[in-house]
Design a protein around this ligand. Structure first.
Ligand code: SAM
Length: 246
């Protein structure tokens, strides 16, 4: 994946200082809504692909839950840290440096693919996000489940400053609301951060091209998700999709 934004992502996640801090944060394990999603949708799954594994935050607890985990990350440094956490917490996983848009796995390899902590927001350009979807579809087995969690561009709370920053672009957003790369953003947080915010409508459309959508849910409380229109305004959203049998 080559782009100005891809270089920013590589630089951030290859930074040793950042990796050190991220490593200590990654011992926190799964977030409650991630546990809920796993328990609800991964009941019959064994071989699970963790996409954008970072320092192993999801990888280790999923191994300890009994899944066969393969974890990938585009950053060599992150792969190193995931392996380190696996060693430290005695969890056995296959961890590889790999781009989610170009997966080096055979077709039909996994029962589930997890894009937790907004991996899809880190993929610059609609074309690349489509490539990621296609690749996930290819490597999932029939009836395989894909769960993508994303920041919600429509969340009025924290995201308000984001909209205000882009206020000049709002008329063009309304006029061309299908423009998918709207609101790409780079900001400073020690290192440069790239993020693409998606609306729930965009995410659904993206995955619907290959998968059938099982659920679009807000993630603060999966056991009791927001209902109706309010779920479109949640801070974080999850799209759960299924690779239907041919
Ligand atoms: C926000 S971090 C999340 C890490 C981990 N999932 C967690 O929750 O702690 C996003 C991770 O995705 C990785 N990443 C970004 N783009 C990627 C791509 N195209 N393919 C694979 N990994 C990618 C980054 O290197 C980074 O480690």
């Amino acid at each position: 994946m080559k782009s100005r934004f891809a270089a920013i992502i590589q630089a951030r996640y290859s930074d040793e200082q950042f990796a050190k801090e991220y490593y200590s944060r990654s011992k926190s394990g799964l977030k409650p809504y991630e546990t809920d999603l796993v328990e609800k949708y991964l009941k019959n799954c064994k071989d699970v692909l963790v996409v954008g594994c970072g320092c192993g935050r999801e990888t280790v607890p999923l191994v300890l839950k009994g899944f066969n985990i393969t974890a990938i990350d585009i950053s060599k440094e992150m792969v190193k840290q995931t392996k380190r956490l696996c060693r430290e917490l005695k969890a056995k996983a296959n961890v590889y440096e790999m781009d989610a848009a170009n997966l080096n796995f055979k077709d039909n390899s996994f029962d589930a693919a997890l894009l937790f902590n907004c991996l899809i927001d880190q993929v610059p350009s609609h074309e690349n996000r489509k490539k990621v979807c296609n690749e996930l579809w290819r490597v999932l087995k029939p009836n395989g489940v894909c769960i993508a969690i994303s920041n919600n561009a429509l969340y009025p709370g924290k995201r308000l400053c984001y909209w205000l920053e882009h206020i000049k672009e709002i008329p063009s957003f309304i006029a061309h609301w299908r423009r998918r790369d709207f609101f790409d953003r780079v900001y400073e947080d020690g290192t440069k951060v790239y993020v693409h915010l998606s609306t729930p409508f965009y995410l659904k459309r993206l995955f619907k091209k290959r998968f059938s959508i099982l659920a679009l849910t807000s993630t603060e409380n999966i056991s009791c998700p927001r209902k109706g229109i309010t779920r479109y305004l949640a801070p974080i959203i999850a799209v759960v999709s299924l690779k239907e049998e041919a």
